[in-house]
Design a protein around this ligand. Structure first.
Ligand code: FAD
Length: 422
């Protein structure tokens, strides 16, 4: 158990949530993540893979609906509690924690927007699902537009000459979608639904996007091969292809007039979640190092008895505490209907991902040769951590966006919210 979480504000309920999530992370996620890490991406999502055992158990316990309010059947957690649960899931396995969150995107967005028809179609069935059979993904980035899709405030973002790789055009009351999303759509190869961000007004360039919530069993939708990557191998990624896919107008929930506001709000929230999972990973690395140093004898004594080793392990502890404090502040500030302080989430994401990678790397160093082997968790943590610096926006591009907000050259989403509906 994580006895270092000495936040004096935690209630009995918070502590119970933390203990339950930790038990799930330790007993279900860790062993399954280890198995999946050694498999090919195709094997990970094949019938009979332990991945599906994980999904079923997570849904049975409600960890797929951490982000959804109680009134719609979600867990109904406050921002601090979401941070606590997400940290534990990140401790269990970063990739699987991401998988559970993206699975809830359509359900959570319908609830967030208060769209009753779509809440009935997307949110309620998802919250009632206990077998992992309803799973959304986020189709944002495109082959030619990775960072560019997060280019809010940049001149090129509104350049009408930019033609997206995926476009929806109106046709009567419907929309017809053509094109593809990037190979990086998390959970894309196994998704049943998608929160799709696509260009609907080419005259506005990348700012002329809309958000659709759609089922993926529509005629003309196909999926790519799962991507083979360095870490987070338990999180599959793949393209979504759309060939003249007709969707009813009701599935378009956000138009270009408020797209940037919504995208900014999403950045403020999603980056705070990234920080929660990164804190969990940083803590996992710290614990691996500390426990190993108590056991391994060199120089006639356990490593932990050497002065320099204690100093080195203390560095890892400091980073965990910095990650947690910053993450909880970002969650408290931004998990509201109108996130007001994206710079805190962006800073938390950049700092925690950097620190989780440093902790994983230092853990390997403290374990010596053993740290390089698959017998110990440290090398998986290192590979998982490496992806986080690019995931959900590269740290450099997120820092640029944060800087624009800091200097007031780009508005906070909260300040543009009154434009919604008007
Ligand atoms: C594990 C993982 C999960 C992901 N999940 C999803 C998902 O669920 N859905 C989804 O849609 N996408 C997802 N992504 C995609 C992710 O958002 C992109 O990878 C990320 O935004 C970076 O885009 P890119 O990979 O195309 O890199 P590029 O944009 O090509 O960037 C390459 C390098 O150039 C730098 N750079 C880029 N633009 C500029 C600029 N204007 N000025 C200076 N430097 C610049 C970047 O910092 C980076 O170092 C995921 C990615 C990863 C790694």
């Amino acid at each position: 158990m994580d006895y270092f979480d000495v936040n004096l504000d935690l209630t009995e309920e918070d502590l119970a949530l933390k203990a339950a999530a930790h038990q799930f992370a330790e007993e279900v996620m860790r062993p399954i993540a280890k198995e999946l890490d050694d498999m090919t991406p195709e094997e990970v999502i094949a019938d009979g893979s332990p991945f599906w055992t994980f999904m079923k158990k997570a849904y049975e316990l409600g960890y797929h609906k951490v982000l959804i309010p109680e009134q719609f059947g979600g867990m109904g957690l406050n921002p601090r509690q979401i941070a606590i649960v997400m940290e534990e899931l990140g401790w269990g396995s970063f990739g699987m924690a991401v998988q559970l969150a993206v699975a809830s995107f359509c359900a959570a967005t319908a609830a967030f927007l208060g769209n009753e028809e779509l809440i009935k179609e997307f949110t309620i069935p998802f919250c009632e699902c206990t077998d992992g059979s309803i799973r959304a993904c986020w189709g944002g980035t495109e082959p030619d537009y990775g960072s560019d899709n997060l280019g809010m405030g940049e001149a090129f973002f509104a350049n009408p000459d930019v033609r997206a790789n995926c476009i929806a055009r109106p046709d009567g009351d419907d929309w017809v979608i053509s094109g593809q999303k990037s190979a990086w759509v998390s959970g894309g190869t196994i998704a049943t639904h998608c929160q799709l961000h696509i260009q609907t007004d080419p005259s506005m360039g990348l700012a002329g996007y809309s958000i659709f919530l759609i089922p993926l069993d529509l005629p003309g939708v196909s999926k790519g091969k799962p991507l083979n990557k360095i870490g987070q191998r338990d999180l599959n990624q793949g393209e979504l292809f759309f060939e003249d896919v007709r969707v009813p107008g009701k599935y378009r929930v956000v138009g270009p007039e408020i797209y940037e506001t919504m995208e900014g709000g999403m950045m403020a929230q999603a980056n705070a979640w990234m920080a929660c999972w990164s804190t969990g990973l940083a803590r996992a690395a710290f614990e691996e190092a500390m426990n190993y140093c108590k056991e391994r004898v060199q120089g006639g004594a356990p490593l932990a008895e050497h002065y320099s080793i204690r100093q080195r392990v203390f560095e890892l502890f400091m980073r965990v505490e910095a990650c947690r404090a910053m993450t909880r502040a970002a969650m408290d500030l931004n998990m509201s209907l109108a996130p007001g302080f994206p710079e805190y989430s962006l800073a938390a994401k950049v700092l925690t991902t950097r620190y989780c990678l440093e902790n994983a790397s230092d853990a390997i160093q403290l374990l010596g040769g053993n740290g390089l082997t698959k017998e110990y968790l440290a090398e998986k943590l290192f590979r998982d951590a490496r992806s986080t610096l690019i995931e959900d926006g590269s740290n450099e591009v997120l820092a640029r966006y944060g800087g624009y907000i800091l200097f007031g050259t780009y508005p906070r989403p909260r300040d543009t919210i009154p434009r919604i509906g008007g």
